[in-house]
Ligand binder design. Structure first.
Ligand SMILES: CC(C)(COP(=O)(O)OP(=O)(O)OC[C@H]1O[C@@H](n2cnc3c(N)ncnc32)[C@H](O)[C@@H]1OP(=O)(O)O)[C@@H](O)C(=O)NCCC(=O)NCCSC(=O)C[C@](C)(O)C(=O)O
Ligand SMILES: [Mg+2]
Length: 364
C-alpha cells in the first residue's frame, strides 16, 4: 500500500523531518535501569560503551511514589553522563515512558523531550493497543521537538503486551515513520490473554508434546510407559508474528524480559530462539544478562566464516554451487549476506568482535 503523501512530513511546524529508513544501529541488549534507584543510577556512567542501549525505565517496576524521582533522575543522567545517547554515541539512550492511560505519561514526554531530547534516541511506549496510540505519541513528539528546536527526530518503539496490540501488530508497525521496532511484553500479554502462567517471559514445563506410547505385542498402546517429553516455546507464535510485521515495515523486532535472573542458561536459550527467528536484540534486566545478550545476538565466528565462504563461492550471486556437500544458491546467499552485514555492523562498534570476525575471514 502506498503511504499518504504526508506520511514523511513533520507533524508540527518546525519539527525535524521523520526518517524514511530506520538505521540498523546495534541494539543487542537494551539494559533497563530505574533512574530513581541510587545504586543503579550510580552504575550507569561506567556502563556507557559496554552495552548497546541504556534504557531509563519509568513504567512498571518503578514504584508509584518514585515516578517523579525516576523521571528527574533520568533527566539528570541524560544531561550529565558523558558519551551517552545521540547519533554518535556507542551506547544509545532510550526510555520507557508510563502507559498512555496513566497519570504520568504526558509529564514524562513534556519533561524529557525539552531536557534531554537531543540525547534521547528512542521512546519505548508500553501497552500499545493500535495505531491510534502511535499517532498520539507521534504528534506530541513532533510538537515538543519543534518547541525544543531539535534537529533529529526521536524514534518510537512499541511493546506488545495486549491481545489487541497483537491483533493490530501490522498497523502499529506502519503507523509512523518514527517506528523503530517492537518488543514482546510477555508478562502483561500473558495476563491480558488469560494465559495460565505466572512468569516474566521464558517457557513453562507444562507446555509440551509427548512421544507416542510404545505398543505391546498385541498392538495395544502402553500409555503408562516412560516417554520423552519436549517442552515447547510458549512465545513462538507471537515472536514470529512480530518478526514478520517488523520485516514488512523495515523496522526491528526484539525479544523482551527474561525474569528468572538466576537461570542464565534458560535465558540464553530464550534469547537464542528469538535471534534465530529474526530478532535483533533483547532486554537485559540485570547486569549479568548484558553479556548473554551481546553474545547471543552477535553471529558466531563460525557462521560468519561460513557466510563469507558462500558469498565468495557464489560469484555474481546467481546459480547453484556445492560447498561441503551442500547446495548453495541465490537464496542461501541472501541469508549469508544478512549474517555478513550484521557482523560488519557489530565489528564497527565492538573491537573484540572485529578481531574475531577478521580472523574468521582470513582463514579462507
Ligand atoms: C531484578 C532486580 C530487582 C534485582 O536486583 P538486586 O539488587 O536484587 O540484584 P543484585 O544481584 O543484588 O544486584 C547487584 C548489583 O547490581 C545492581 N543492579 C541490579 N540490577 C541493575 C540494573 N538493572 N542496572 C544497573 N545496576 C543494577 C544492584 O543495585 C546491585 O548494586 P550494588 O552491588 O551496588 O549493591 C533488579 O535487577 C531490577 O530491578 N532490574 C530491573 C527490573 C526492570 O526494569 N523490570 C521492568 C522490565 S520487565 C517488564 O516490565 C515486564 C513487561 C515487559 O512489561 C511485561 O512483560 O509486561
Ligand atoms: Mg508490561
Amino acid at each position: 500500500m502506498r503511504p499518504s503523501k504526508d506520511f514523511f512530513r513533520p507533524l508540527a511546524v518546525g519539527a525535524p523531518t521523520p526518517p524514511t529508513d530506520i538505521p540498523a544501529r546495534p541494539s543487542r541488549a537494551i539494559h533497563f535501569f530505574d533512574p530513581s534507584n541510587a545504586k543503579m543510577a550510580a552504575k550507569i556512567p561506567q556502563m556507557v560503551g559496554g552495552v548497546d542501549v541504556l534504557l531509563g525505565n519509568l513504567e512498571d517496576a518503578v514504584k508509584a511514589d518514585n515516578k517523579v524521582a525516576a523521571r528527574e533522575g533520568l533527566v539528570r543522567i541524560g544531561q550529565e553522563t558523558e558519551g551517552l545517547g545521540g547519533p554518535d554515541s556507542p551506547t544509545q539512550l532510550w526510555t520507557r515512558i508510563n502507559s498512555l492511560d496513566s497519570p504520568w505519561a504526558l509529564d514524562d514526554l513534556t519533561t524529557l523531550v525539552p531536557a534531554i531530547g537531543h540525547k534521547l534516541d528512542v521512546v519505548m511506549v508500553p501497552k500499545v493497543q493500535g495505531a491510534e496510540d502511535i499517532h498520539y505519541v507521534d504528534r506530541l513528539l513532533a510538537q515538543l521537538e519543534a518547541k525544543a528546536g531539535l534537529d533529529r527526530p526521536i524514534l518510537v518503539h512499541a511493546i506488545l503486551e495486549t491481545a489487541r496490540g497483537m491483533a493490530n501488530v501490522e498497523e502499529i508497525c506502519g503507523a509512523s515513520p518514527r517506528m523503530q521496532g517492537l518488543s514482546l511484553g510477555p508478562a502483561d500479554l500473558a495476563a491480558d490473554r488469560r494465559m495460565k502462567t505466572t512468569r516474566v517471559g521464558g517457557g513453562h514445563p507444562g507446555y509440551l508434546v509427548r512421544q507416542d506410547p510404545p505398543r505391546n505385542e498385541l498392538g495395544v498402546a502402553e500409555i503408562e510407559a516412560p516417554r520423552s517429553v519436549f517442552q515447547q516455546d510458549l512465545w513462538h507464535y507471537t515472536i514470529a508474528r512480530m518478526v514478520d510485521a517488523c520485516a514488512m515495515h523495515g523496522i526491528y523486532p526484539y525479544y523482551g524480559p527474561f525474569g528468572d535472573i538466576a537461570d542464565v542458561v534458560a535465558c540464553e536459550d530464550q534469547f537464542r530462539n528469538a535471534f534465530l527467528l529474526g530478532c535483533v536484540g533483547t532486554w537485559s534486566l540485570h547486569p549479568k544478562q548484558i553479556a548473554i545478550a551481546h553474545r547471543v545476538f552477535s553471529p558466531s565466528v563460525e557462521d560468519v566464516a561460513h557466510a563469507r565462504r558462500v558469498v565468495a563461492a557464489m560469484g555474481d550471486g546467481t546459480g547453484a554451487v556445492m560447498l561441503d556437500g551442500k547446495m548453495e544458491d541465490d537464496a542461501s546467499l541472501k541469508q549469508c549476506l544478512v549474517m555478513v552485514e550484521l557482523a560488519e555492523q557489530l565489528a564497527a562498534i565492538d573491537p573484540e568482535l572485529a578481531e574475531q570476525y577478521a580472523a574468521a575471514g582470513s582463514e579462507d
